[in-house]
Design a protein around this ligand. Structure first.
Ligand SMILES: Nc1ncnc2c1ncn2[C@@H]1O[C@H](COP(=O)(O)OP(=O)(O)OP(=O)(O)O)[C@@H](O)[C@H]1O
Ligand SMILES: [Mg+2]
Length: 233
């Protein structure tokens, strides 16, 4: 890794505002962050601080007003939509608070479809899906439909789907926010295990301080900027 061409996820001086009813709301004001491959970072900050906004920008779902996003050495700011979509599909995994699984497909197919969108054969995609679901403790649930799975199991399928294409970056927006404490722990363990195994650079927004303390590093979004937080904090 060198500074000019950082691997993992690098955000520099990200600014973003929204205009609502003639009022300008400056949500991000020069947020900067570097996450190395294999590093798992918790993003804390009160409701409305801009965590989801920053994750959308890092995930190339939205464009910032200022700043640069570099993903595994590739600067993304000046890229057109086609290239951004390709990077999003191949290099970025996203986990949301609500799993967004396709209701008419099994657990295996929900994961396999993510690979097949990238041109992987059905056979290889299903093999990758089974491998991930087994790591996540779902080997007895491969052919279950989403409605036949518990909330925690559904969320583990969503994590498998996010990791299906061997992403370099994993972005998660309150991935356990919708689960009870014990289930959140199990799902979080699964997420961490997989993130470490695949050496992704992971940025995870959470309101759960206990889970945040188990990650490698904590940062707080405050006044539109990212600040480090000591472990004991
Ligand atoms: N598309 C939009 N148009 C106008 N304002 C927006 C838009 N998206 C977000 N905002 C505003 O930006 C601010 C940050 O929102 P964001 O969803 O990023 O916060 P958050 O930190 O994720 O909060 P939470 O912890 O509640 O999920 C909020 O005040 C929100 O109202
Ligand atoms: Mg949010």
């Amino acid at each position: 890794m060198n500074d000019a061409n950082p691997q993992g996820l690098d955000l520099q001086n990200i600014g973003k505002h929204f205009t609502m009813g003639g009022e300008e709301l400056h949500v991000l004001n020069g947020a900067s962050l570097t996450i190395a491959p294999g590093e798992i970072v918790a993003m804390l900050g009160p409701s409305g601080a801009g965590k989801s906004t920053l994750l959308h920008i890092a995930g190339l779902l939205d464009r910032p007003d200022t700043g640069e996003i570099t993903i595994d050495g590739q600067a993304c700011g000046s890229l057109g939509d086609t290239d951004r979509t390709r990077i999003r599909r191949t290099a970025i995994g996203f986990v949301y608070q609500f799993h967004n699984l396709l209701p008419e497909f099994t657990a295996t197919d929900n994961v396999a479809l993510a690979c097949m969108i990238n041109g992987v054969s059905q056979k290889d995609a299903r093999k990758r899906a089974r491998e991930l679901l087994e790591i996540l403790g779902l080997s007895e649930r491969l052919e279950h439909m989403p409605t036949q799975l518990s909330g925690g199991e559904q969320q583990r399928v969503a994590i498998a789907r996010a990791m299906a294409n061997h992403p370099r970056i994993l972005l998660a927006d309150e991935p356990t926010g919708n689960l009870d404490e014990n289930t959140a722990d199990t799902v979080f363990d699964a997420l961490i295990t997989l993130a470490r195994e695949e050496k992704v650079a992971a940025l995870i927004a959470t309101h759960n301080i206990g889970l945040a303390k188990r990650m490698d590093r904590r940062i707080v979004l405050h006044n539109g900027r990212l600040e480090g937080q000591p472990v004991s904090g």
